[in-house]
Design a protein around this ligand. Structure first.
Ligand SMILES: [Zn+2]
Ligand SMILES: [Zn+2]
Length: 339
């Protein structure tokens, strides 16, 4: 039987292991993907550290996958071998629960699937994915470009397009990192009056290069006061992990404005009065389903939005993961298989 390389986590907090496995065949309703690239997401720490309830080991992480369909299982319609596809956090759903019947596939109540968590993901030469989890990759996006768009990209793109902000509205992106550097680009390309907020002067020029019209250095300036001076933000996209930074920005929301939380951050305090009179709100946004990923890829191909990536070969996954966790990567880390 033909073999492939996989990078697995053997047990919670165990070291990554590069192992050889049989190349699996696709079951009914699934396809086999020849993986070309897989982004490393901070959420991969759920698998590495064992903080996802019920996770079974060994497990191959990875939910920012880009590759080529290489075999198609029984009963799959609409997909064929040779198509370039991506798989993100939405890794499959049941199709019959109340959530699915309302079109909320990511929130499937009976069988919400996530590659790298509920089944083996993209830190490998091949993976199996349900057909409903696939997103078509446009010709003019490379696999390395498509990978990070499958989680970091869709999360910022999809939350912004459903945020209620319209062309010309003031939209702030809090944090210029893995998520934020994509958020700034998407906000600018969607026609928002885009503000980037980060600590330190050094990220200002980069933020402007990514499309921000304004930059607030939260180490020197009061973000709420600065946003208010600019007219108040219709939306603040909170991509950082500092709860304090979120709390410091809430006061800069416009009437009816919304702070949208995209990442797992520490708890923070808000004065009810800050929300009451101005009808301001705080909300969360997870990512989206496979068609939302496909929209993200298409929009990125159309407008030139790209993540800045540090690329490592699959066999250096442990080093690449450590680089991501260090917070020093600029800005996404991507594994490639050489296929
Ligand atoms: Zn992710
Ligand atoms: Zn369901």
């Amino acid at each position: 039987m033909a073999k492939m390389r996989s990078v697995q986590v053997p047990r919670p907090n165990g070291d990554f292991e590069l192992v050889e496995r049989d190349i699996p065949g696709p079951r009914a309703g699934t396809v086999r993907i020849k993986v070309q690239a897989c982004g490393i997401c901070h959420s991969d720490s759920l698998t590495k550290e064992g903080t996802w309830p019920g996770l079974e080991y060994p497990r191959v992480p990875g939910h920012e996958v880009a590759g080529i369909i290489d075999a198609v299982g029984d009963g799959v319609r609409g997909w064929t071998s040779g198509q370039r596809v991506g798989v993100g956090w939405h890794g499959g759903h049941c199709g019959f629960c109340d959530s699915c019947r309302r079109g909320n596939f990511v929130q499937c109540q009976t069988a919400a699937q996530v590659p790298g968590i509920t089944y083996d993901g993209g830190y490998a030469d091949y993976m199996i994915a349900p057909a409903e989890a696939l997103a078509l990759i446009p010709d003019d996006l490379s696999a390395v470009e498509a990978g990070p768009l499958m989680c970091a990209g869709i999360t910022t793109f999809n939350s912004l397009r459903h945020s209620g902000a319209g062309p010309g509205d003031l939209v702030a992106v809090l944090g210029v990192g893995g998520l934020g550097h994509l958020g700034v680009q998407f906000a600018a390309k969607m026609g928002f009056n885009t503000v980037a907020i980060a600590r330190g002067a050094d990220k200002g020029p980069l933020a402007r290069q990514l499309g921000a019209r304004h930059y607030i250095d939260s180490a020197l300036q009061d973000p709420a006061a600065e946003l208010t001076r600019l007219g108040g933000a219709k939306v603040i996209l909170a991509t950082a992990t500092s709860g304090k930074a979120f709390a410091a920005a809430v006061g800069g929301l416009a009437l009816g404005g919304k702070l949208i939380i995209l990442g797992v951050a520490e708890p923070f305090e808000v004065q009810p009065l800050q929300l009451l009179g101005g009808r301001r709100s705080i909300a969360g946004w997870p990512s989206g389903s496979s068609i939302d990923s496909q929209d993200t890829l298409r929009f990125s191909a159309l407008t030139g939005v790209r993540s800045m990536n540090e690329v490592f070969p699959l066999e250096r996954a442990a080093e690449a993961y450590a680089r991501m966790m260090s917070g020093k990567a600029r800005f996404r880390v991507v594994l490639t298989t050489g296929q």
